[in-house]
Ligand binder design. Structure first.
Ligand code: ATP
Length: 305
């Protein structure tokens, strides 16, 4: 997130958006705003409505109620189409074209000069494969070409639907560094994902859709606080014998050598002071705050709040 992000006006505003397919309501009063440079993870179970929300933002489908504004424009208008870029979950390209030909075509459609194509192919790691037919490429390579297309128009808003799917660990790492670069240049990114550990470290905010309703939209730290999930403390005992430590502190013994305790964030310092007072009975303390996976379970309804 850029430094002035917090003070700038949102570039994407979704207000009380409702969408039904027949009698089924797929999105219910979804409200969400993204400021320039923000990276927001959009999480939710299969069928929660993530792709449907992106389609409404793109103007590919019309909502039943509510409003969307992209850089001041309505979805589907020329101004909005210029401002927003989309990487679909399954990227499809012309298999007979080479990567360079396909991206050149996109550049022409976007009104960009041909000279932007080679540096972009290089940026997404496709310089060597650029002149081979896309039909011979792996899924990960096609995904990278999709990312080059997203970068092409220097969009104000980028919607990435499962961008890491099909990518190997190194490519995933590169993907997130491209996402960081786009954010640093002011693009607001909405990134749908099931890869919780990845988005935990690489996004500024977490939005969770549950059966079409937005049940969480905040930073990981604030969501943790709101959920009141406990912190885990794992203590290693002197001489790998946890008998005395367990008698002092209670909790759960692990392999006879460690003790596991859970406490609320506001009890943490008091617990640590008590542990420190035990002197060399404790040789190590590991502290783990709740992970995004724990929070996701809580907010997505796998576990009742
Ligand atoms: N054109 C359509 N007609 C009828 N139902 C639809 C249509 N498009 C989506 N749906 C339904 O809307 C719900 C939300 O689908 P959506 O694709 O938005 O979910 P998602 O969160 O993107 O899921 P996934 O993680 O599996 O990609 C699903 O129950 C889906 O079956």
């Amino acid at each position: 997130m850029t430094e002035n992000t917090a003070s700038s006006a949102p570039v994407l505003i979704v207000e009380k958006l409702c969408k039904s397919h027949g009698a089924t309501e797929v999105l219910h009063e979804v409200t969400l705003a993204l400021r320039p440079g923000e990276r927001v993870a959009l999480l939710g179970h299969n069928g929660a409505g993530k792709t449907t929300l992106m389609k409404q933002i793109l103007g590919l489908s019309t909502p039943n109620a509510g409003e969307i504004t992209i850089a001041g424009a309505r979805p589907g208008s020329d101004a909005a189409r210029k401002a927003v870029a989309y990487l679909p979950e399954a990227v499809a390209f012309h298999r007979a074209l080479s990567g360079r030909e396909q991206l050149s075509l996109f550049a022409r459609l976007a009104g960009e000069p041909r000279k932007v194509v080679a540096p972009l192919l290089d940026r997404v790691g496709l310089a060597d494969a650029a002149d081979r037919r896309i039909g011979t490429w792996s899924k990960g390579m096609r995904q990278r070409l999709g990312l080059a297309q997203v970068l092409l128009g220097r969009p104000s808003v980028a919607l990435l639907d499962e961008p890491a799917s099909g990518l190997d660990p190194i490519s995933r790492h590169e993907l997130y560094s491209i996402i960081d670069e786009m954010a640093a240049q002011g693009t607001a990114l909405l990134i749908s994902s099931h890869a919780l550990t990845e988005v935990e470290a690489r996004t500024d905010r977490i939005a969770i859709l549950r059966k079409g309703e937005l049940v969480a939209d905040d930073t990981l730290a604030r969501l943790s606080k709101r959920a009141g999930l406990p912190i885990r403390l794992k203590l290693t005992a002197k001489d790998n014998d946890a008998t005395e430590l367990h008698a002092e502190l209670g909790g759960q013994r692990l392999n006879g050598a460690s003790v596991e305790l859970f406490c609320q964030p506001d009890e943490k310092m008091e617990r640590l002071a008590r542990i420190a007072a035990l002197g060399d009975l404790v040789t190590d303390v590991e502290m783990s705050p709740p992970s995004l996976e724990d929070l996701y379970r809580r907010f997505s309804g796998e576990e009742q709040p």
